[in-house]
Design a binder for this molecule. Structure first.
Ligand code: PLP
Length: 392
């Protein structure tokens, strides 16, 4: 049963659980793919997105994002693609912010024109860029903030208000913030998406996606979702429910660690630039402060090294931080977006987006922040003239 609570810490643990304490304090796992149809109000089937284990996770996430309803998918991209294809038809136009996860950009470029859906991009730092790009046939505005990998901040409230005035549906990818740090529905956004593979699962061992929205919009998306069939099974749902119980505590530690690291790197002579919305010098800091409860566990930085090779040598010299794709897990990961999340973009597209070969993205984990910094200091000092900051 859904817990009616205002505390996210409590909601993470209890909300949505379908338990009878006599049988145990954990929601039972229903691995079945077949359900009886006699004496039921609604036929149950995993691809109809209505099993108990699916509902448990959705109810917990609805409380955390202040949504009425939602659907779980087999990946973040399944959630993104299914949602957009449910909302758009031939002849429609969708406006995206320019800075997006590379896989989303690839989906846009590879799939939308084939379906007769037109699209364009707006600069997320100026509202006029959005308003000028709106056309009579614009049906959806899609944003991602903080963005991957440059941590750019979009003014969520301003975009939502602009769209609402014109009857346009708004979608946000809230993956980087997580529901602990940012609740876009409270700021006027219609649809929130997550790559649950990241903070929601939090242990780098589950891939899933989620869409959270109003009951009315969820009904529309569900019709397309049932046809595309990107659902997950009961066992995976149970693992997600377990992961979500520690979401709040994990994210709070990641927020603290990332701020500590960003501040230290910003003073480091071996570092050219740090992108973290929690730094007062970040161009989106004030907006981030107004719309986020914490600044998140993601940051990116450019060491005083040039090119992919130098960035790779640096990452090879790390002893604790793991060079790996993905993010949001308990272990600190590092990657060069030019070789990973944004590899499908052309060199020209990356240049336009401001993603240099030397840029490194860090997903800060829950280890000791001092140990993480020590590792970066050592790798930066190795074979370079740079001076390390002290390990505070
Ligand atoms: N959105 C963001 C911001 C991401 O970083 C990712 C993956 O890295 C996705 C969406 C896609 O998620 P998935 O890999 O679960 O399909």
């Amino acid at each position: 049963m859904r817990e009616n609570t205002n505390s996210k810490d409590t909601a993470c643990v209890h909300a949505g659980s379908h338990i009878n304490p006599v049988n145990g304090v954990v929601t039972p796992v229903y691995p079945s793919a077949a359900y009886g149809y006699l004496d039921v109000e609604e036929n149950i089937y995993p691809r109809y997105y209505n099993t108990i284990n699916q509902q448990t996770v959705v109810e917990k996430l609805c409380i955390l994002e202040n949504a009425e309803a939602g659907l779980l998918f087999s990946s973040g991209m399944a959630a993104i693609s299914t949602t957009l294809l449910a909302l758009l038809k031939v002849g429609d136009h969708i406006l995206f912010q320019r800075d997006l996860y590379g896989g989303t950009v690839h989906f846009i470029n590879a799939e939308l024109n084939k379906l007769g859906i037109d699209f364009s991009f707006a600069d997320s730092s100026t509202m006029s860029s959005f308003s000028e790009a709106i056309r009579p046939e614009t049906k959806v505005i899609y944003i991602e903030t903080p963005s991957n990998p440059l941590l750019k901040i979009t003014d969520i409230k301003a975009v939502a208000a602009l769209a609402k005035a014109k009857g346009i549906v708004t979608v946000i990818d809230n993956t980087f913030a997580s529901p602990i740090n940012q609740n876009p529905i409270n700021l006027g956004i219609d649809i929130v998406l997550h790559s649950g593979t990241k903070y929601l699962s939090g242990h780098s061992d589950i891939i899933f996606g989620v869409v959270l929205t109003s009951a009315e919009i969820e009904k529309q998306i569900r019709q397309t979702a049932v046809n595309f069939g990107g659902n997950i099974n009961g066992t995976t749902c149970a693992l997600i429910e377990r992961s979500l119980k520690t979401l709040s505590i994990r994210v709070q530690k990641q927020n603290e660690n990332a701020l500590f690291l960003a501040e230290a790197l910003a003073q480091h002579k071996g570092v050219k630039k740090v992108n973290y919305p929690g730094l007062a010098t970040h161009p989106g800091h004030e907006i981030a402060q107004s719309q986020m409860m914490g600044f998140g566990g993601m940051l990116s930085f450019e060491p005083n090294l040039s090119g992919l090779e130098a960035a790779e040598t640096f990452t090879r010299n790390l002893r604790l931080i793991i060079p790996a794709l993905s993010l949001g897990g308990v272990e600190t990961l590092i990657c060069a977006p030019a070789r990973t999340s944004h590899i499908k973009l052309s060199a020209e597209e990356r240049k336009q987006a401001g993603i240099t070969d030397a840029l490194l993205r860090v997903s800060v984990g829950i280890e000791s922040a001092h140990d993480i910094l020590k590792d970066i200091n050592r790798a930066l000092a190795f074979g370079s003239e740079t001076t390390s900051v002290s390990n505070r």
